[in-house]
Design a protein around this ligand. Sequence first.
Ligand code: SF4
Length: 603
Amino acid sequence: MTLGGYANRIARINLTSLTVEYDQVPKELLRKYIGARGLGVKFVFDNGPKVDPLSPDNLMAVMIGPCTGSAVPMSGRLAIVTKSPLTGTITDSHMGGFTAARLRWAGFDGLLIKGRAWRPVYLVVENGTVRIEDASHLWGLGVRATVRALQEKYGRENTSVMAIGPAGERLVRFAGWLNEHDRASGRGGTGAVGGSKNLKAIVIIGDRSGQPQPLPERKEAFQEAVRMGQKAIMAAALTAPNKGGLSLYGTNVLMNILNEAGSLPTRNAKESHFEHGEAISGEAFREFNLASEPVCHACPVHCKKEVEVKEGRWKAKTESMEYETAWALGALCGLGDREPLVYMLDQCNDYGLDTIEMGVTLAMAMEASEKGLTPEVINWGDAEKMSELIRKTAYREGFGDILANGAYGAACLLGDPDIALSVKGQAIPAYDPRGVQGIGLGYATSNRGACHLRGYTIASEIAGIPFPTDRTVTEGKAELLKTFQDLFGFLDSMDVCKFASFAQGAEEFSAQVRALTGFDDITPEEAMRIGERVYNLERHYNNLNGFTGKDDTLPKRFFTEPATHNSAGMLSQLPVMLEEYYRLRGWKDGVVPEEKLKELEII
Ligand code: SF4
């Protein structure tokens, strides 16, 4: 079978028996789930929802989509889909850079990894084959040293290395995978799943010359679709290279905007405005700490901001100071000093930790300390203490062993779960759901625990894309969120960077997939339906694990303690939006009924 866009090859890797088999994905399955997130969710679902996330039976699917590595703008994404040890839900976490493109060029659509090796191993993916190699000499190393050692052996040219650090090896529940450019599959604990399999790294060697590359099915239509996409990105207010806010300042362009709106959760969301916000904004990092502006495959935007502290206690150089990181380790912990933030980001990158969960966990610990619940004192904004606790968490030393459970798990152990800013066990990102109503509904209904990337209503509520909505009202937010969630279900399956949606929509994305794959019936409406199918299958997986409407909620604080500053007095109005959302989804109390599964051809 040939099909434009796909390598038509997946590897099934069993680390217990140290064997690799090669397979094809049936065309009907590709048409229904496209690739990356969608196809990965289908594989993980078929593996059985009841599996223990840290057992050899859990499937870790490393997936790319038909657009990956092609000329489609921003098509350098790779999804790790698995059952999360942090939340017990299904999760998918996407990494940028060039790793994804190299996996396509090495001749694969995905790697399906199961089992547990009897000793540490790494994979080498090259020319349509996968080898399993001994990683005993790498075990215990940070991500950087692991990458360096493997690059020395396999070269830098055409090679990408993704690895776990000490946190993944020690099964820290929010450990992630990082590649040679510090791009992270950060959320949901996919690194701990790698650690549980004794899988230290994946080396991917691939350029366009090694393997026959999949060609677009409709060449001229594809070139036109790519041209249209590029044109839109070059012209859009946020993405225009060297002009748009995202291009100039990275995602941290949001710091001053959310702070001004009184929607920047501060000191564990006891406040929603940070007096030192400007000092840790994208503008300030650009002025004082910018080292370089790297990109991902086929992206003109350069949103990544490598930052540097050249000397002194906090000397470090690392990618990328995202808004979420500057917020989680900064405002949320009461820290307004850029230099330790650079250092701590570097620590998290090398240990292989999700910066969002780490920051929210530390902020929770600071509040717990105020209440006398912690074995040691942790003051707001104490950078030395934070840095020490990040290291202890990665190595599960002392109090770090408690923090290694993430904000919610650690708060439960400390005896006060209400102070964890988490949904379904995963920490919230950097937008206060009291001052921005729609995103609160997004956190509550996200299938992988609190998340802004399932349905980024912020685009509309803050940036006015694709049309402006009032952040303070609830009307229309259920429909807005559902539209974003379904669109992203499709986009994550292509797999294209979410920021592409600041310039394009279902029309452009479906045209790219149509021309590439030859699936001519994927209209914009059908693209949305595919996204809806993915979202419902994830929800069904979670339902089979016992998740219901009771889990679609927010931390208590957002219902009982009003926001401050320019959102003064506001509380989340989640229940109003949730009722409307369930009606639009056709769900009953957060559960997908059988007729909906049939309607979407899931069963
Ligand atoms: S916008 Fe940023 S994250 Fe997205 S593909 Fe471009 S450089 Fe990578």
